[in-house]
Design a protein around this ligand. Structure first.
Ligand code: IPE
Ligand code: IPE
Ligand code: MG
Length: 232
C-alpha cells in the first residue's frame, strides 16, 4: 500500500492555526496508522513524507518539517521495536542535516530484522529523481563491466530503484482530494489501484483506512488483459 498524505496545511488553516501545527498533527496520524497497519497485517506501507519539490516551501515551514522529522525518527524507533515494524527510507538523504541522516540510519539498522509490517518513508523523494539516480548507477555498473545492455530487463532495472525488494503497491491512497501523483513512485504505481478521499490527512484514521481497503476489494484489476465478464 502507498499513501500520499496531503492536507496538513488545509487542516491547520481551517482552524486558524499555522501550517506547522497541521504537520505536527499529521505526524501523530502517521504514528497511529503505522500501528493500525501493522495490526491489520498489511505487509508494506509506503508513505510520502517530503518530496524533492517541497524544498520550494518557505524556509520556516521546511525548518519546522525538519524539526518534526528529527523528533519523530526517534519516536518511530520505539514504535517500530514494539510493533515488530521494519523501517526503510527511500529518497535522496544526503541533503538532510547529518544528525537526521544518522537518525535514519539507526532506524533502519535497528529494525532491519523485524518481520512484521515494512514501513517505508519517502523523504526528499521524487519519482523522476529516483529514476535518474537509478540510471546513473546502471551506467556506472555498465562502465565497470558489471552489467551489459543485454542483461537489462524491467526486473533488473527495478533492482536499481530505491524500492528494490519492495513489491509494487496494490493500492495508492491520497488524502485531501487532489487527483495527481505529485511525482510519487512513478515506476512502481504503473498498475496500482487509486483511491482518493477528501479526508484531510490529520483526520485520517483506521476507519478511513478500512474504507479504502473495502473499495479496493471491489475493484477488478485487469493489468491490460480483458475483464472477467468478457472471457465467459
Ligand atoms: C502534506 O500536507 C504534507 C507535506 C507535503 C509535507 P500539505 O502541507 O501539502 O498540506 P496542504 O496541501 O497545503 O493542505
Ligand atoms: C505531495 O504533496 C508530497 C507529499 C505528500 C510529501 P504536495 O502537497 O507537495 O503536492 P502538490 O504540490 O499539491 O502536488
Ligand atoms: Mg499539499
Amino acid at each position: 500500500m502507498a499513501l500520499i498524505l496531503d492536507g496538513n496545511g488545509r487542516w491547520a488553516k481551517k482552524r486558524g492555526l499555522p501550517r506547522q501545527m497541521g504537520h505536527k498533527k499529521g505526524c501523530e496520524t502517521v504514528e497511529q496508522i503505522v500501528e493500525d497497519a501493522a495490526r491489520l497485517g498489511i505487509r508494506y506501507l509506503t508513505v510520502y513524507g517530503f518530496s524533492t519539490e517541497n524544498w520550494k516551501r518557505p524556509e520556516e515551514e521546511v525548518g519546522a518539517l525538519m524539526q518534526l522529522f528529527r523528533y519523530y525518527t526517534k519516536r518511530l524507533l520505539k514504535i517500530a521495536v514494539e510493533s515488530n515494524v521494519r523501517v526503510r527510507m527511500i529518497g535522496e538523504r544526503s541533503r538532510f542535516a547529518p544528525d537526521i541522516v544518522e537518525g535514519i540510519n539507526t532506524l533502519e539498522e535497528k529494525t532491519k530484522d523485524n518481520t512484521g509490517l515494512t514501513f517505508v518513508i519517502a523523504v526528499n523523494y521524487g519519482g523522476r529523481d529516483e529514476i535518474t539516480r537509478a540510471v546513473k548507477r546502471v551506467m556506472r555498473d555498465c562502465r565497470e563491466g558489471k552489467i551489459s545492455e543485454s542483461d537489462m530487463t524491467e526486473q533488473v532495472f527495478a533492482s536499481y530503484l530505491d524500492t528494490a525488494g519492495i513489491p509494487d503497491p496494490d493500492l495508492l491512497i491520497r488524502t485531501s482530494g487532489e487527483l495527481r501523483l505529485s511525482n510519487y513512485l512513478l515506476w512502481q504505481l504503473a498498475y496500482s489501484e487509486i483511491y482518493v478521499t477528501d479526508c484531510l490527512w490529520p483526520d485520517f484514521n483506521k476507519e478511513e483506512l478500512l474504507e479504502a481497503i473495502r473499495q479496493y476489494n471491489k475493484r477488478e484489476r485487469r493489468f491490460g488483459g480483458v475483464g472477467k465478464m468478457e472471457t465467459k
